[in-house]
Every structure is written in C-alpha cells, then in structure tokens.
Design a protein around this ligand. Structure first.
Ligand code: NDP
Ligand code: MG
Length: 386
C-alpha cells in the first residue's frame, strides 16, 4: 500500500492523479491533499477520499472548507505554505505528487526530498529554479525522483536502468502549441482563451500559455538537464504536432528509443505511481492506424524566442534559470490578465534577463532572492510598457 500526499490536488494533474488512484483502492491510500482557491473541488475530493489532512491558501478558505466537511469526514483542515511543507513531509506518507504550479511548489517539494519520499515531479519550476540544490537534497536523503512531465517520463522509460552510458542525445518532442502555424503578425492579437486552447492536452492555464510560447519546452530542457545529468548540447527539441511520441533517447549505436501513447497525463502518472510495476490508468489504447501520420519538424526560434531564451539561460547557469522562470511567471500572469500582449511575454523575459545578468544561486536563500528580484524587475518592465 502506498500512502500519498497530493500537492495541487485541485489542478489538472491533481485531478488526473486522483482518477488513477481511485482505480486502485487496494494499492493507494490518500493521506493528505492540498488545493489553493478551488475549495468546492477540494471539498468533493475530501468527501471522496477521506484524507487525514487538507491544506488550503489561507484562514478564510480553511473556514469554508471546514464548514463543508464538518461531521462528514475525518479530515483536519490547515492552511498556508508551512502546512504544505508539513503534509509533504508526514512520516506516514511515502509518496508525494508535486503538482502545485510555479515557484510556490519549490518549498513543499524540497520538504518531500528532505524526508526521503518517492517524489512524483510535475512541478518542473522547482528544478528550473533550484536544480542544483534540489538534486543534492534528493541524493543526500535517498529520495526517489520520478518525472511526471510526459516528455521526461518518456525519456525515463527509454533511458538505461542506471546512469546514461551510451546515450548520445535526448530528443524532447513538442507539439508546437496552438500557434505553430499562426502568422507572426496575428500573434500580436491572440487572446488568453486562444492561448489556453491547446490542440492535444487539457492543462492548467499557466502551462497552457507556456506551451503556446514554447517556454514550456524551454523549461523542460532545463528540467531534463537536471533529471538526466545531460548538458544542453545533448538535448534537442523536435516539433511533433500529434503528441503521440512523447520523447526519445538516441544511443551511440544509432538506436533511437521512443515512448508512445495517447496524450493523456494519466499514463505518466500511473507509471510513476506504480513504478517499477505497471497498472491500469484508464487511458485508451493507442490506435497506430489512426495515428498514421506522425510529423516531425525543427523548431523555429524566430517564432518561439522563449525557447532560445531558455537554452541561453541553461548555458549561462547560476541564477539565470531562476530569473527566467520568475520573469516568465510574471509575464504570463500579466498576459492572462490582458495587461500584456502575447509576443511581449518574450520581450519582458529578455529585458529582465538583461537587467539581472549575473545572479548567484549556490544556496536556497540565493534562489529565492533571485526569484524575488526577477519578479520585481519584470513587473516594473511591464508597468513601463503600459
Ligand atoms: P493547474 O493550474 O491546473 O493546478 C495548479 C494547482 O496548484 C492547483 O491545485 C492550485 O490550487 C494549486 N496552486 C496554485 N497556486 C498555488 C499556490 N500559490 N500555493 C499552493 N498551491 C497553489 O496546473 P497543472 O495541474 O496544469 O500543472 C501543475 C504543475 O504540473 C505545473 O508545474 C505544470 O508545469 C506541471 N505539468 C502539468 C501538466 C498538465 O498536463 N497539466 C503536464 C506536465 C507538467 P487551486 O486550483 O485550488 O487554486
Ligand atoms: Mg511536458
């Protein structure tokens, strides 16, 4: 029996995780759940799984949840960032799904690493911000890190059982998002609704915008660097609009191993939940005849400047990826609030990186300082444009 904490249970990954978990009541017990603002949804989840603890954003949200649950389930309600760390580190929990979006996921995910959990990592921002510190903590405390991001889960499945001997390249596939063929001029006028309407995946709003700018793939290159101890020169991005091949590993003998499947996050979630075993996920079987036309293209860095910015940030090292990540979060939030145009997202990130070129991040405090400085800088740059 695996005992789970699900951080970000109310989000897209959280809901898919609970779907897989509900298919296997003999294997999984939910000990704790977190949400942030979607209290109705979290209440339903608590009523369905009867977790020992639930965590929400603040005292008001906690009061609302408490009232909905009173007398119906055993769940104790807590709130705030420290409570997130607490449920990630509970002694009776062995597995933590890290599915909070953005920098808010870093501290609780680190708490899971420091208590040696099996971490199912969806929150790629943790690794982008603090990959060095994070991987050290995982190693120091004997935690197990399993990637949920579909590309990294695919690479994990195609990698040698240990190390990366014989691997020549990692090939991350990217759908190219909703604007792969949109004219560059038209990109100036796209709306948040259009950017969030991903052709293949149903995801949260922030990652959907990241997919439309391809910053998502940029963040994933940095994520792959840390997860698989591979330099940027040996990580390539391939556009594959059908999202059937989830990524590939090329070996020195010319073999290329790919992991394929229908685009449904329940596959990587089930894989990581049960690893090294395999369990049913509810995902329909891949019909190869239907998927017959698999297309692969090179990415266009002029159309997707965010991808180039991320590669450059990884090469620059130090605190630059943390600055990139924070500036992106601020710019994407401004775009979603209609305060910034779509193409200006990349401009704001580039200007923030130019303003903060050499930020050290040897320690966690330095990571958070770089993150905070980048947020203020990006917000000022956005303000100055309007
Ligand atoms: P969603 O926006 O759907 O969900 C985010 C979750 O985080 C929700 O539970 C939300 O709570 C919670 N949350 C938001 N802000 C905070 C905060 N400040 N503190 C604590 N909790 C917070 O995102 P996704 O599920 O799409 O993505 C989650 C992570 O997984 C991201 O890092 C993303 O990059 C990654 N990922 C997602 C994929 C997908 O298919 N969706 C694929 C690969 C990676 P509430 O909704 O209650 O406010
Ligand atoms: Mg991905």
């Amino acid at each position: 029996m695996r005992r789970l904490t699900i951080l970000g249970a109310t989000g897209s990954i959280g809901v898919s995780t609970l779907d897989v978990v509900a298919r296997h009541p003999d294997r999984f017990e939910v000990v704790a759940l977190s949400g942030h603002r979607q209290i109705d949804r979290l209440a339903e989840q608590c009523l369905a799984c009867n977790p020992r603890l639930a965590v929400v954003a603040d005292v008001e949200a906690a009061g609302v949840l408490q009232a909905k649950l009173a007398g119906r389930v055993r769940t104790e309600v807590m709130y705030g960032p420290e409570a997130l760390e607490l449920i990630a580190a509970l002694p009776e929990v062995d597995t933590v799904m890290a599915a909070i979006v953005g920098a808010a996921g870093l501290r609780p995910t680190l708490a899971a690493a420091r208590t040696g959990k099996r971490i199912l990592l969806a929150n790629k921002e943790s690794l982008v911000m603090a990959g060095g510190v994070f991987m050290q903590e995982v190693a120091a405390h004997g935690a197990t890190l399993l990637p949920i991001d579909s590309e990294h889960n695919a690479v994990f499945q195609c990698m040698p059982a240990q190390g990366n001997a014989g691997v020549r390249r990692i090939l991350l596939t990217a759908s190219g998002g909703p604007f792969r063929c949109t004219s560059l001029d038209a990109l100036d006028h796209v709306t948040p609704e259009q950017a969030c309407a991903h052709p293949n995946w149903d995801m949260g709003r922030k990652i959907s915008v990241d997919s439309a700018t391809m910053m998502n793939k940029g963040l994933e290159v940095i994520e792959a660097h840390w997860l698989f101890d591979t330099p940027a020169e040996r990580i390539d991005v391939v556009i594959h609009p059908q999202s059937i091949v989830h990524s590939m590993v090329e070996y020195v003998d010319g073999s290329v191993l790919a992991q394929m499947g229908n685009p449904d996050m329940r596959t990587p979630i089930a894989h990581a939940l049960a690893w090294p075993e395999r369990i049913e996920s509810g995902v329909s079987a891949l019909d190869l005849a239907l998927a017959a036309d698999l297309v692969f293209e090179r990415p266009d860095f002029a159309r997707f400047p965010c991808l180039r910015l991320a590669f450059d940030a990884l090469q620059a090292g130090g605190g630059t990826p943390a600055v990139l990540n924070a500036a992106n979060e601020i710019a994407v939030a401004a775009f979603l609030e209609r305060r910034l145009g779509f193409r200006a997202i990349a401009d704001v990130i580039a200007a923030t990186l130019d303003t903060l070129p050499h930020t050290p991040t040897g320690t966690l405090d330095e990571v958070f300082a770089a993150d905070a400085q980048a947020r203020v800088t990006a917000a000022r740059i956005i303000e100055a444009r309007t």
